[in-house]
Design a protein around this ligand. Structure first.
Ligand SMILES: [Zn+2]
Length: 57
């Protein structure tokens, strides 16, 4: 059984796949939508920025 409504909903959603990019001793969160977070000294902080963006964007 196909659920066309569910397929449409997932297609209309904006794509947000944030990843963390390391630059020297800093780590920055970046997203496929063009968003990028502040440079962080810890990867955990950058990951938190990425998660925050994914849930709030
Ligand atoms: Zn995004």
């Amino acid at each position: 059984m196909y659920d066309q409504h569910a397929a449409e909903v997932s297609r209309d959603r904006p794509v947000h796949e944030p990843t963390t990019v390391e630059r020297g001793s800093f780590c920055t969160a970046r997203c496929t939508c063009g968003w990028s977070g502040p440079a962080r000294r810890s990867r955990d902080r950058a990951r938190t920025d990425a998660e925050e963006h994914r849930t709030t964007a």
